[in-house]
Design a protein around this ligand. Structure first.
Ligand code: 4UW
Length: 514
């Protein structure tokens, strides 16, 4: 059967994202604080933000000839090869990089044929001849936004985040103005309970869709204030909550684990927080309940994917008596879902099946990848999430398993295919597969490699360690083979050469040599 959202259908505004954000019904005063740097305390008002972004837009237009088109956000910690892949794939012509990662940025830009004159820095210092974008790309006029008619808003890509989908390497996900606006409207109308009173924690990386939509755009559309921290450290995290009276936290499960387990948390007053929403990876019921017991902070989950802008399910946070720990909540407005058995049969209540969804927040497609786009959708336009879910009679969904290849390390995507391709370039390896294993200790999955080796090589702990370091040097931190490298006799494959991951998982249970 098809499950429909319990909320009334919405009419999604068919405009550009700028017009949508600036039409904020909360009519935010220009002198209200929008961003606070949690470390230095430096703050920006809505007025300054509006003014600066219009001047930046003018700079992009006047100095670089930018036209309407695409923006891709990348993980600042990427190694050069990972970044150049994304730059090339997205046809990027300009790179703005954090000074801390300038070396990888320059190498990647050269590989992707971006001239060094088009590489700029965040911050306000010139380094090795590379100039801060704030001094070079800021125009001396404010430009008015490009306006989009409804048809243009629907088909024009506004963001291009990357995701591996159900299989293979990372792909550019084309999200349109309408996709993002629909998702913000869906979030508002799914009773997310944010507003001008909200002081939101900004700890999750902005290049990832969770943060990009829910936190960055969510702050603006609700007229809220966002406290930004550069990276997670439990003390700074708690100190910022106490100092800025943060009341809304968007988190991932390992952050909640730290809150619950780290004794330093007891030194801080967290009483301003009235809600924690966790997403991007499964949060155990026990952890959510412990967090509530210890701090009296209601802790619930939401769910979605890069390809769905991202929010598909959200708990009723206006009336928490309707929200169920362990559930990802209700379908947001305008979303339909179906759960399919292995044989493609539509299932009913309380029957686990693969979750397919349909809604205005679902991506246009994968950039320059018709094959992957076609296989992500069925003939009725439903998109395959690759997750296994159930739904109860009240409409609460639960994620019970994941069918697709993806591994989530602390909410970050790790595509097994990418690590397998690197493993296969090692001299000793004849075949390889990477699986995710859940670590209770860290409340996250960790990637583990299984390899077969060529004749002439001997299985040993030294070789396993050497292979691990060979891969770890080539990838950003969250993709490291934290689970180690193990030798197996064979990687099980289907006739078409696809790795049979479930079978491998069964086979390696208690039967591996490292
Ligand atoms: N439980 C179990 C969950 C959950 C989950 C995601 O990197 P991506 O493409 O995207 C994200 C999006 C996170 C997100 C979306 C909407 C939302 O409201 C929210 O919290 C406020 C967070 O991570 O990875 C998508 C994949 O991540 C897994 C699942 O496998 C999904 O296909 N995932 N949320 N609550 N698993």
């Amino acid at each position: 059967m098809i499950f429909k959202s319990k909320y009334p259908d919405l009419k999604v505004p068919q405009v550009g994202i700028y017009q949508y954000i600036t039409s904020n019904p909360n009519s935010i005063p220009d002198d209200k604080t929008v961003y606070i740097d949690g470390i230095t305390g430096k703050s920006y008002t809505y007025g300054e933000f509006k003014h600066d972004s219009k001047k930046f837009a003018a700079g992009l237009q006047d100095k670089l000839g930018f036209k309407r088109g695409k923006v891709t956000t990348a993980n600042p910690k990427y190694q050069a090869t990972e970044l150049s892949y994304q730059l090339t794939n997205s046809c990027a012509s300009v790179l703005i990089v954090h000074p801390q990662f300038i070396e990888a940025g320059i190498k990647a830009a050269i590989k992707a044929k971006i001239p060094t004159s088009k590489v700029f820095l965040f911050g306000d210092k010139e380094i090795k001849g590379y100039k801060p974008y704030r001094f070079t790309l800021i125009g001396n006029r404010e430009i008015e936004p490009v306006s989009y008619n409804p048809e243009e808003a629907k088909i024009t890509t506004v963001y291009l985040p990357f995701s591996s989908g159900t299989t293979g390497k990372q792909k550019g996900v084309e999200l349109t103005h309408t996709n993002i606006i629909a998702n913000l409207e869906q979030l508002i109308n799914a009773k997310c309970n944010l507003g001008p009173h909200s002081i939101i924690m900004g700890i999750l990386p902005f290049y990832h869709i969770y943060s990009l939509t829910c936190i960055l755009h969510g702050t603006l559309i609700h007229g809220a204030t966002l406290v930004i921290l550069p990276s997670f450290n439990i003390e700074t995290f708690c100190e910022s909550i106490q100092k800025y009276k943060i009341n809304h936290i968007y988190a991932v499960p390992p952050i909640i684990l730290q809150l619950v387990n780290n004794p330093v948390v007891q030194n801080y007053d967290l009483s301003s927080v009235n809600l924690i929403i966790s997403g991007a990876a499964p949060l155990s019921d026990e952890l959510a309940k412990r967090c509530f017991e210890m701090f009296k902070i209601p802790t619930f989950q939401a769910y979605g994917l890069t390809e769905t802008s991202p929010v598909l399910h959200y708990p009723d946070t206006k009336d928490l008596s309707n929200a169920i720990p362990g559930s990802i909540g209700l379908l947001v407005p305008n979303v339909k879902a179906k759960l399919l058995s292995e044989d493609g049969i539509e299932l009913g209540y309380n029957e686990p099946g693969e979750l397919w969804v349909h809604g205005p927040n679902v991506m246009k497609g994968y950039l320059k990848n018709k094959e992957a786009t076609d296989s992500a959708f069925d003939k009725d336009g439903f998109f395959n999430t690759g997750d296994i879910a159930t739904v109860d009679e009240q409409g609460n969904f639960y994620i019970v398993d994941r069918k697709k290849e993806l591994i989530k390390y602390k909410g970050f995507q790790v595509a097994p295919a990418e690590l397998e391709a690197i493993l296969l370039t090692h001299d000793a390896i004849s075949d390889a597969a990477v699986l995710g294993h859940y670590s209770e200790k860290e409340a996250t999955e960790i990637p583990k490699a299984y390899v077969t080796i060529k004749s002439g090589y001997k299985q040993s702990q030294d070789l396993a360690a050497e292979i691990k370091s060979f891969v770890d040097k080539k990838v950003t931190s969250h993709k490291k083979l934290r689970g180690g490298v193990y030798f197996v006799d064979e990687i099980p494959k289907s006739d078409s050469g696809k790795i049979l991951r479930r079978l491998l998982r069964e086979k390696v249970k208690g039967n591996i040599m490292a």
